[in-house]
Design a protein around this ligand. Structure first.
Ligand code: ADP
Length: 419
């Protein structure tokens, strides 16, 4: 018996047969959307999104990449398998990857045979020992921007079709809104924290201004109070500046430049800036700088901010007539800048909190002025430059902050310059 091509009524019957399955998938999509809208922790949210993407498209795995405007890169942020655990926060090249194509073109893409597609970013399979055959990617778009990409990998039965694309797009639309909401929530958290932190200096100012109005106030008290007013106003000023800086860094609104930076020269400049502050406290600074180091690629002004912050802390939290050693060296593939002081040191229980915003070591708070934002800013800046900062300290002996920056640039996994 010869096979007849399917008639239009055959096609209709087959479409009708698919309805219960489709209906089931859209009902799941509705359930998932409600769940996404109520999740406010970004990490949990992203995990729920990839699990829903895998389930709804009947795939072996799914992953999610978010665009980092500071680094101009797409990063794997969540996956249903252990891809993210294995790779860490890996950048995917915008030019030579399926996710990059989807992100740049802001359109879905189905690749049935990834190995034959020149855009497929093979390194991920190599590094994770996963074997990708088919991939479907859709952009995570809000009204005015593209946040990243969701990818479903290896369709379990058959091939990815238009229905899968439509479903994943519908999920992506919900997911993008939920991601934006979570980010806004985190920002409002930041604002609430700032208002809370502003209360202490404002309370001190209110009390001082009331007391200053009293005609019977002795002169020495009046002088003390005006010093308090001056200090608290200065503190509020510094807090506003630092807070704005941190909020900008956290929201990704800062554009970093990439230029060759000679760290030796940069550190030298910073030492000149802080020297008067050190001399006032009779603190000696011993530079130990390898000036033969080649330049790093980075944002000079931001890196200067990092060095100045660490140096001024090493002075602020040092003893009179203390010492600071500033060492710049190369260790393998990294440049290392260590700022060691002979100050009061930091108790072990404070070390894990040091880079949190507004954190100050409790018993130091009253003695030395500060906002508790400097180190949070340092950490953020270094993350944007693919660097890191660590601290070692011994109470009564001193503290060493060590900055590490990658010495080499140019591999597929690293940032590209701002165009
Ligand atoms: P700030 O100095 O404005 O308070 P930072 O974020 O720069 O804020 O530092 C956070 C806290 O870490 C400081 O309040 C201080 O308690 C502690 N700290 C930072 N650097 C040092 C250092 N070199 N020695 C001792 N403690 C330090």
């Amino acid at each position: 018996m010869s096979r007849q091509p399917p008639s239009s009524s055959d096609r209709e019957i087959s479409a009708i047969r698919k309805y219960p399955l489709l209906l089931h998938r859209y009902v799941r999509l509705l359930e998932v959307s409600t769940d996404l809208a109520s999740t406010l922790k970004l990490e949990t949210l992203l995990q729920h999104i990839v699990e829903a993407a895998m389930e709804l498209t009947d795939s072996e795995a799914a992953s999610l990449l978010l665009y980092d405007p500071q680094a101009h890169q797409l990063y794997f942020e969540a996956a249903t398998n252990d891809l993210v655990d294995q790779l860490g926060r890996t950048a995917v090249p915008a030019e030579d990857s399926i996710a990059g194509w989807v992100f740049t073109n802001r359109e879905p893409l189905v690749v049935q045979d990834a190995l034959r597609d020149s855009r497929f970013f093979r390194e991920v399979d190599v590094l994770t020992r996963f074997s990708t055959s088919s991939v479907m990617g859709v952009p995570l778009r809000t009204k005015d921007k593209t946040l990243g990409v969701i990818e479903a990998v290896n369709k379990l039965n058959g091939t990815f079709d238009q229905e899968d694309v439509r479903l994943l797009q519908a999920l992506a639309a919900q997911a993008a809104v939920a991601i934006e909401n979570t980010r806004l929530f985190q920002q409002s958290d930041l604002i609430a924290e700032m208002v809370h932190e502003f209360r202490t200096p404002l309370a001190a100012l209110t009390a001082a201004s009331h007391l200053l109005q009293r005609p019977d106030l002795p002169d020495d008290q009046r002088d003390k109070l005006s010093v308090t007013v001056q200090n608290e106003v200065q503190r509020l000023n510094e807090m506003s500046t630092d807070f704005l800086e941190l909020a900008r860094l956290e929201s990704g609104r800062i554009r970093f430049v990439r230029e060759p930076v000679h760290l030796g020269g940069l550190v030298g400049e910073c030492l000149e800036i802080v020297r008067p502050q050190a001399e006032a406290d009779h603190i000696t600074i011993e530079p130990d700088i390898d000036s033969s180091l080649p330049p790093v690629q980075g944002d000079r002004n931001r890196l200067k901010q990092v060095v100045l912050n660490l140096l001024s802390n090493a002075i602020k939290y040092n003893h009179r007539e203390g010492k600071i050693v500033v060492r710049l060296s190369r260790e393998g593939e990294e440049f290392m800048l260590a700022v060691r002081d002979t100050g009061r040191g930091i108790p072990p229980e404070s070390l894990p909190h040091l880079f949190e915003r507004f954190y100050r070591v409790p018993d130091q708070e009253g003695h030395v002025g500060g906002t508790g934002l400097g180190l949070a800013i340092v950490k953020r800046i270094l993350e944007s430059q693919q660097g890191q900062v660590s601290v070692e300290s011994e109470v009564g002996k001193g503290t060493t902050f060590t900055v590490r920056l990658p010495a080499s640039v140019g591999s597929a996994m690293e940032t590209r310059p701002v165009s």
